[in-house]
Structure formats: structure tokens, C-alpha cells
Design a protein around this ligand. Structure first.
Ligand code: PGA
Length: 315
């Protein structure tokens, strides 16, 4: 039984063979049986017979003589169009096959700033499981190192907060990146309901190493508010900063993504500072002057589809 909710199959064209339809379309397009036969590498009488049998099978007059030529009737033109639509659909199918084969084996190089290590592997998980033949190389470095990789064109995609402006980059902001100020649990400032940034500057400030985007974003925010809060200590990773803050060595600005769902589980508290969290975003960027590979495009499509429904991180 034919399911009327589905697009039709080929049940309706049982009397015409694909070979006949192909020959007929070629005759119409190329303007003659002889030319069609040459293009299809068939003998001319073979094509003539196919066309005659097709007209009999469909009970239609498809071609009519005009002087010494055979030209399509109106219904013959309509049939040629229908055959071309079938050809276009088939071509789409072949493209799908090629695309699937292109995703069977391959490599995808991604650069990511260190702070994204808290969530990026989770985001890549579904893509990695769906395309096990694509080797993903994820280089995790600080912002300056990622910018250098982009300049050299080492990677197809890069995940970062502050894309550089001196390169021809396409960018897609894919996730919020709230930057918060943290203190150890129990610190006197954690008892306050609201704090001004200027009230913190007497406390030691711990920052990431030079070249970190988190550090650059914090410095920009301080400068925008004319706050002079020189760092007491620079540490080379988010985890080192969290340990140092917990140990009471100072306060720090970090991405909310680096903290547990409940920061107190790590012995840390987010201070209620006016103007914070700084509302920044994570971007995926790629060079516009280079074509993206199929795996890279597929990953972008996959993330776009999934992140539309993904909840934002808490500030
Ligand atoms: P980073 O990351 O502090 O690890 O460099 C932030 C960024 O540059 O986007």
C-alpha cells in the first residue's frame, strides 16, 4: 500500500525505464537522436527504439517533426524537465555519499585557550563519538600562543575569548564567559552584600601569566574604571590560581567556567562586586582566507545545533 504521508516513490513510472528517460532527455537537450546517441555512447537505432518504446509506454506523443528535425512536443518538454529534476535529486544523493565518505577518515586541528579546557572536551564529545574516524587534535595554550598559531595557520578552528583583530577571522560567539572575582571561603569580604572594585585594591591580586586572555580582560576592565590594582603574584594556570586563592594568598579574576557548580566545594567564594561578572564570550574563530574542511564545517554545524538549546553557565 502506498503511504500518502511520504513523498512518492517510483511506483508511478513503472512503464518507462530509466535508460529510456535518459536517452529522451539527451535527445531534447542536444537537439537530435544522432547527437544524443554519440553523447551516450549508444548506436543511433538503439536510441530511436528507446524513444519510440517510451512514447508507446507512456501513450504520449513526445517528439514531432519540424522540417528535418525532431522537436519535443509541449508534453515532451515537460517530461524532459521531470527527468532533469530526477537527475538533480540523484546528484544530491551522490553529494551526500561523498560527504559521508569525507567524514569517514580525516583530521581536525583545533587550538583552544587554557580556560576552555573546563568545557570544550564536553562540547566536542558528541561529534567525536559520531565521527570516530576523524582524529581531533586539541592544542590547549594561552591566548598569545593561540594567536601565534592562528597567524601561522596551524589549526582550522580556535576557541578563545578575545579574537585578535589583525587577522582575517570569521568569529562565532558560542557561549557566555562570565569573569568573576574570587576569594577564599570565610574571607571577610565574602560577608558583604555588595562591594565596589575600589574596595578590593588593598588585597593582594593574583593574576595569570602574561599572554593570558583572562588577565588581559581583567586589566582592560580595571583600566576602564581607572582602578590601579597591581598584581602581587602571577601564576601559570587557572588551577594554580584557585589553589593560591584558597590558601589565602590573594584575590583573583577568573572565568566562572573554571569553578565548580558550587564554588564552596573548592573552598572558594565569588565576591558580589559591582560591574562583575564581566560579561565576556567564548568565540570559535577561523581564518576567512582559507577554506574550512568538511570535518570543521560539520563540527560547527553540530555545535550550532546543540548550543541553541544548551543552558548558559551560571555567574
Ligand atoms: P586564557 O584564556 O586566559 O587561558 O588565555 C582566555 C582567552 O584568551 O580567551
Amino acid at each position: 500500500m502506498i503511504d500518502s504521508t511520504q513523498p512518492p516513490g517510483l511506483e508511478r513510472v513503472p512503464r518507462a525505464s530509466l535508460v529510456q528517460l535518459r536517452s529522451f532527455e539527451a535527445v531534447v537537450r542536444l537537439g537530435g537522436v544522432g547527437r544524443a546517441a554519440r553523447a551516450l555512447h549508444l548506436a543511433q537505432p538503439t536510441v530511436s527504439t528507446q524513444i519510440k518504446e517510451l512514447a508507446i509506454a507512456l501513450e504520449l506523443v513526445l517528439l514531432e517533426p519540424q522540417g528535418r528535425k525532431l522537436v519535443p512536443t509541449a508534453i515532451g518538454e515537460r517530461l524532459a524537465l521531470a527527468v532533469r529534476s530526477m537527475g538533480a535529486v540523484w546528484q544530491g544523493f551522490e553529494e551526500d555519499v561523498a560527504a559521508l565518505q569525507g567524514l569517514r577518515r580525516g583530521r581536525l586541528r583545533i587550538a583552544a585557550v587554557t580556560t576552555t579546557e573546563y568545557f570544550l572536551p564536553d562540547l566536542l564529545g558528541p561529534f567525536a563519538r559520531q565521527y570516530p574516524g576523524i582524529d581531533i587534535e586539541l592544542a590547549v595554550e594561552n591566548r598569545d600562543a593561540v594567536v601565534a598559531r592562528l597567524e601561522r595557520g596551524d589549526d582550522e578552528l580556535a576557541a578563545m575569548m578575545l579574537p585578535p583583530t589583525h587577522l582575517p577571522l570569521a568569529r562565532w560567539p558560542f557561549l557566555d564567559n562570565p569573569l568573576v572575582i574570587i576569594a577564599p571561603v570565610g574571607h571577610a569580604l565574602t560577608k558583604r552584600r555588595r562591594l565596589k572594585l575600589s574596595e578590593l585594591t588593598g588585597e593582594p591580586l593574583l593574576v595569570r601569566e602574561a599572554g593570558s586572555g583572562t588577565r588581559a580582560a581583567a586589566e582592560q576592565a580595571f583600566a576602564a574604571q581607572s582602578i590601579n590594582w597591581p598584581p602581587r603574584m602571577a601564576l601559570g594556570s587557572n588551577e594554580a590560581i584557585k589553589h593560591a586563592v584558597r590558601a589565602g594568598l590573594g584575590l583573583a579574576v577568573l572565568s566562572r567556567h573554571t569553578l565548580s557548580h558550587n564554588p564552596a566545594d573548592d573552598g572558594l567564594a565569588v565576591l558580589p562586586v559591582t560591574g562583575f561578572p564581566l560579561r565576556r564570550q567564548w568565540h570559535l574563530v577561523w581564518r576567512q582566507d582559507r577554506a574550512l574542511s568538511l570535518p570543521a564545517r560539520t563540527l560547527l554545524d553540530d555545535l550550532r545545533a546543540r548550543l541553541q538549546v544548551k543552558a548558559r553557565p551560571r555567574a
